[in-house]
Design a binder for this molecule. Structure first.
Ligand code: IVH
Length: 676
């Protein structure tokens, strides 16, 4: 390829990829599969590697991250990033409207039919604010708010946010600044926390902290994994196309920015109040958190006439939603033990209604929070229901404290197994270290072991595990494989069929590949991906057990904390014994022969589409085999497909498509023959 061809191709691929990013992350309407997207990206990255002179700062390849920022540069904002004054009720809003009118010299007639000022109402996104600077249609710099006068340059990290355009389209001004909020969508936050819980990592407190913590991470590849998003809500600069906020936001949308569809142009403050009342209830249906509504005077001339105070614009105000609050008596503090041994203190309350439901319990988080709030049994406490599902205690009504009460002594022993608790330096939670005998930990470990991504024994659900444990039949994951049908049958609600399923499920799990077994045994901090990486590297459990710390650290994804956790796990004689028994039961503690082979070039340049159900191996295994032997997998049939690997019950659409394009179908025997 000539250098000129490469340059053209790089440009074409870049704009194609940016368009797909836009379709997916801004319009929420992808037009190609993730797989096809990844292939285009790989092609671009390979070309950029070969012709580094054409690698641009805003290439879509920069979104993957990888660059490390050791110290974020502090930069001065061209226009200060002010905050907004707050309002909390209708009175405050009417006052604001009055001030606006006074400021503009408008005599208000008052009343419901007053046409009044044109306001734009927007959702107040709960994340961290960011300022983006564009020049000639290119993202130049992304700066955090900081103290409002200067902030941190987080450009590298911002580029990993797929909804932030790196290059613009349409008729944009030559130079401008646009501000918005970076946030973590609820489902992303929940998924990350679920994963953290599974591997025993500390949970993130809320999506806002998660978003701001993510933006400050040094490794942009890690930021990319946080799947942050960004709504823009304020554009500044000379040469903006319109004289009003609402129109300019629409223009910004056409340049490629993600602008909320929920903003509304309102006529007069009463329409504003309706908007607020609507979102006060509806906000819980959004896939991200908002903590209020922002109200802005739409017209720029009016904005200019109103101007700013030292802290905030006079033409805008934030309305903060009330977190409902009640006060009630704290009856007692209980302590709960989670699967990973983490202790959570829970407040038992005199039942009260809050947000339409009766609240009897609230989270007290950890020892530090109890100490900070100085909550004592018998106190009247303020309970609030925020964005979180579990209500929390936010303070104590000291005026109602009974005399002669003592400060709360945090429990020193596990409420379940009475082992003395431990607290790791720098961590908020206390832990019960008795991981192999403490009941909730034992049951939790088994629950994780049988879960879908681990051993996938769906005939053995959480309730059955509790029954088995309570009946004294299982005390650890190895005991599961000693279970006999006669032992299970007497259990309550256990029929012949479910007992058979259970035994068969256990038997089938012996074929589950090594990497999933490694995930299933529940080494703290070893998640699904890490387990896969480790398995690929060490190939057998024996090698892993005998690996030195240095060898472990050399594995991709394994850092200090994981290396120590692995060493601790295998250093525990009880775990060693469990592993030995699982090995004797016949579980996979090595990669399969296919996986062990370093792979071949036998399927080089061939693209496969897998469809249907197979007898000899699972679809996943076939996918792995294709990749291991140099071939590519694709989700949809096109001219580029070399073969369709067809099992039983292949979809009729796919069959038709393959026939019309003249693509060869092969069955699993033929495929295996190709590999010799
Ligand atoms: S406008 C001069 N619009 O709320 C006007 N802010 O104190 C600048 N926020 O720091 C802000 N959603 O981080 C505006 N639709 C929205 C917003 C919004 C969230 C945040 C922003 C700002 C804070 C206000």
């Amino acid at each position: 390829m000539t250098s000129q061809d490469a340059q053209h191709k790089i440009l074409a691929l870049s704009s194609e990829l940016e368009q797909h990013n836009y379709n997916y992350y801004v319009l929420d309407n992808p037009t190609i599969s993730d797989y096809e997207f990844d292939k285009l990206l790989e092609e671009l990255m390979a070309l950029e590697k070969q012709f580094p002179e054409f690698l641009s700062e805003n290439s879509p390849s920069q979104r993957v991250g990888g660059q490390i920022t050791k110290n974020f540069q502090s930069v001065k904002h061209q226009y200060a990033m002010l905050s907004l004054s707050n309002s909390y009720n209708q009175e405050d809003l009417l006052d604001f409207d009055r001030r606006v009118k006074e400021g503009l010299g408008i005599v208000s007639q008052g009343g419901l039919f007053d046409e009044g000022i044109e306001y734009v109402c927007e959702l107040k996104f709960d994340g961290l604010s960011i300022s983006l600077i564009y020049e000639e249609g290119q993202l130049k710099q992304a700066i955090t708010r900081g103290d409002g006068v200067q902030g941190d340059d987080v450009t590298t990290n911002a580029k990993t946010i797929k909804s932030i355009p790196l290059t613009l389209k349409g008729h944009y001004p030559n130079k401008f600044e646009i501000r918005g909020e970076v946030f973590m969508p609820r489902p992303v936050f929940d998924a990350i926390n679920k994963e953290r819980e599974e591997i025993g990592d500390a949970l993130m407190a809320n999506p806002r902290n998660a978003a701001s913590g993510s933006m400050k991470m040094q490794d942009s590849a890690q930021v990319a994994k946080r799947k942050l998003d960004c709504f823009l809500y304020y554009v500044l600069g000379d040469g903006l196309p319109h004289q009003s906020h609402f129109d300019n936001m629409h223009a910004a949308k056409s340049w490629g920015f993600k602008i909320s569809e929920d903003a509304k142009l309102c006529n007069g403050i009463h329409e504003v109040i309706d908007f607020i009342n609507y979102w006060d209830k509806k906000r819980f249906d959004l896939p991200y958190d908002i903590d209020g509504i922002v109200i802005k005077v739409n017209n720029y001339n009016q904005q200019q006439n109103l101007g700013f105070t030292a802290k905030s614009p006079r033409w805008a105000i934030a309305y903060k939603f009330k977190a409902e609050q009640v006060s009630t008596e704290l009856l007692s503090i209980a302590y709960q033990v989670g699967r990973t041994g983490a202790i959570t203190p829970v407040a038992n309350l005199q039942p009260v209604t809050l947000g339409g439901t009766t609240v009897k319990r609230a989270s007290l988080h950890n020892a530090d929070i109890i100490e900070k709030l100085d909550v004592r049994v018998g106190d009247f406490v303020f309970v609030e229901k925020g964005g979180e599902i579990i209500p929390k205690i936010i303070g104590v009504d000291l005026t109602r404290r009974k005399p002669n009460t003592d400060a709360t002594q945090y429990t020193s022993h596990c409420p379940e197994c009475h082992t003395e608790l431990k607290r790791v330096e720098g961590e908020a939670n206390h832990y019960c270290p008795n991981e192999n005998e403490c009941p909730p930990q034992v049951i939790g470990k088994m629950d994780h072991f049988v879960s879908r991504k681990a051993m996938n024994i769906d005939s053995l659900g959480g309730e059955t595990l509790v029954q088995l444990y309570n009946a004294g039949l299982v005390k650890n994951i190895a005991d599961l494989y000693d279970l006999k049908k006669e032992q299970i049958l007497p259990l309550e609600r256990m029929a012949e069929k479910s007992a058979n399923n259970l035994i068969e499920g256990l038997e089938a799990s012996k074929q589950v590949p090594f990497e999933r077994v490694l995930y299933a045994i529940g080494i703290r901090h070893v998640g699904e991906t890490t387990a896969k990486k480790i398995a690929k590297k060490v190939k057998t459990l024996d090698v892993l057990i005998h690996s030195t710390k240095e060898e472990l650290l050399a594995i991709d994804e394994v850092g200090e904390i994981i290396a120590i956790s692995i060493a601790d796990f295998f250093g525990n004689p009880k775990n060693k014994d469990i592993i030995l028994r699982l090995k004797q039961a016949g579980l996979q503690f090595e990669l399969s022969e296919e996986q062990q082979q370093e792979g071949s070039d036998k399927l080089k340049d061939l693209t496969f589409v897998i469809s249907g159900v197979f007898a000899k191996h699972s679809r996943e295994q076939y996918k792995d085999m294709i990749e291991l032997n140099g071939g590519k997998n694709s989700g949809s049939i096109s001219k580029k497909t070399s073969y369709v690997l067809a099992g039983d019950n292949m979809g009729p659409e796919k069959l038709k498509k393959a026939e019309s394009l003249g693509i060869k179908l092969i069955n699993e025997e033929e495929f295996l023959e190709m590999l010799g």
